[in-house]
Write a protein that binds this ligand. Structure first.
Ligand code: CO8
Length: 257
């Protein structure tokens, strides 16, 4: 990998986007490396939780690479847009939770990558925004679709059509991030959440995420049908047997021996 740092320990895979001179901006190669690395961690039995962050202390990802986009025509933009959307779908559909450790600017495509993650933790200096309209373009990696679902239509409208930056605290207030922590505690905070998740049943985690995801485009009746079906199927897994037996036997469940 030329633009990513990869690290694996204690059941967690950490991906660091590493283009600090360009505020970790995403050019096509970075998009394809990120898609590949998330996919690899999804396949890796030693990894149960994925953490995604940016290198340095200033930026998570300051967006798609504007210098590369300046050279693109509509066909190039379509390819770049689709590759970035595919990357966000790989993250969002990961059966292993992906936690965004947002350590600075998360602008444009950077904010959209964070939106695709299952949990977002921000450092106090983090800054969020969808400033595409300042460039005469719009969010292209899911911002218009995921942001309103996470922060509500009014907040999404304002962020996208003003292009304003917001602080980590404001992002927390509108529900864009789960927690705000000191910058030097960011990775440890994400790993603490990761450790809690790793104690739980991996199939139950994956299926919970899938049911939540499916709620986006289903009526309440259809969504409940998906949920109860998944709920029932879990009863035939070793995981559910272990979890419920452990409770009855007053011991901790061991899901990942
Ligand atoms: N692309 C390319 N280079 C960047 C980017 C970027 N997005 N952001 C920062 N850089 C570069 C700067 O050009 C600069 O490089 P150099 O030293 O060679 O001039 C270096 O990083 C440091 O940046 P600054 O000097 O600007 O640092 P500041 O601390 O003054 O400012 C900011 C930091 C606020 C992050 C500022 O750099 C900025 O506003 N960056 C652009 C943010 C932005 O507009 N992002 C949205 C981009 S559009 C997008 O993401 C669309 C996603 C969907 C794509 C769909 C494809 C079709």
């Amino acid at each position: 990998m030329n633009y990513l740092l990869l690290e694996k320990s204690d059941g967690m895979g950490v991906i660091t986007i590493n283009r600090p001179d360009a505020m970790n901006a995403m050019k096509a190669e970075v998009v394809s490396e990120l898609s590949m690395s998330v996919s690899d961690f999804i396949q890796d039995d030693e990894v149960g939780v994925i953490i995604l962050t940016g290198s340095g202390e200033k930026a998570f990802v300051a967006g798609a690479d504007i210098k590369a986009m300046q050279q693109m025509d509509s066909n190039d933009a379509l390819d770049f847009g689709k590759a970035g959307q595919e990357m966000t779908l790989i993250i969002e559909n990961s059966p292993k939770p992906v936690i965004a450790a947002v350590n600075g600017f998360a602008l444009g495509g950077g904010c959209e990558i964070a939106l695709a993650c299952h949990i977002r933790i921000a450092s106090e200096n983090a800054v969020f925004g969808q400033p595409e309209v300042l460039l005469g373009i719009i969010p292209g990696w899911g911002g218009t679709q995921r942001l309103p679902k996470i922060v509500g239509t009014g907040n999404a409208n304002e962020l996208i059509i003003t292009g304003n930056h917001i602080s980590a605290d404001e992002a927390h207030r509108i529900g864009l991030v789960n927690h705000v922590v000191a910058q030097d505690e960011l990775l440890d905070s994400c790993k603490e959440i990761g450790k809690i998740i790793l104690k739980n049943g991996p199939k139950a985690i994956a299926i919970s995420l899938q049911c939540i995801y499916e709620s986006f485009d289903k009526s309440i009746q259809d969504g409940l049908a998906v949920e109860v079906d998944a709920f029932a199927k879990l009863f035939s897994t070793d995981e559910a047997k272990e979890g419920m037996t452990a409770f009855v036997e007053k011991r901790k469940a061991n899901f990942r021996s």
